[in-house]
Design a protein around this ligand. Structure first.
Ligand SMILES: [Fe+2]
Length: 163
């Protein structure tokens, strides 16, 4: 007989994480669509790919919940509506979202570490993923700051993002 191995607090945080990853995937779809509309085709491709990455993160969570005897239900997803009028808005929306999620994973990890070390250890990979995403998007924002509105340079950066 299979056991149910998640505490109620672990279950709650994992389901919150499921929501956050699905939301992030939708947010990146939204940002990608806005970039496409603005003619930022490289950024549109970059964010479309980010959307796919978030679904992989979702799947890691769903598989873990299953391994522990539960089922990851699909929650109602909050609407994604970042106002994107250029590359800076797109990157800032992404940076905010990644920083927020890093903070949430850090909180969940800290809460679970003393009571459910198995789930806490599982969550460590998400802290690492968030750290990398925050760093990557932060680097892109720094690069964009150097450009200071130069349209030709923005087009060049957009092209790089699509490669
Ligand atoms: Fe993610």
């Amino acid at each position: 007989m299979l056991k149910y191995l998640l505490s109620s607090v672990a279950e709650r945080h994992l389901l919150e994480a499921v929501h956050e990853e699905l939301y992030a995937s939708n947010l990146y779809k939204h940002i990608s669509n806005q970039c496409q509309r603005l003619g930022l085709f490289g950024a549109a491709k970059f964010f479309k790919n980010e959307s796919k990455e978030e679904l992989k993160h979702y799947q890691l969570l769903a598989d873990y919940i299953n391994d522990r005897g539960g089922v990851a239900e699909i929650p109602e997803i909050m609407r994604a509506n970042a106002d994107v009028r250029g590359l800076e808005d797109a990157l800032k929306a992404s940076y905010e979202a990644e920083c927020n999620l890093e903070r949430k994973y850090a909180e969940w990890y800290s809460t679970l570490h003393p009571v459910d070390p198995v789930t806490a250890q599982f969550l460590l990979q998400f802290l690492e993923l968030q750290r990398r995403s925050v760093g990557e998007i932060g680097d892109l924002l720094s690069r964009l700051k150097l450009i200071e509105g130069d349209r030709a340079a923005i087009l060049l950066m957009d092209k790089e993002l699509g490669e």
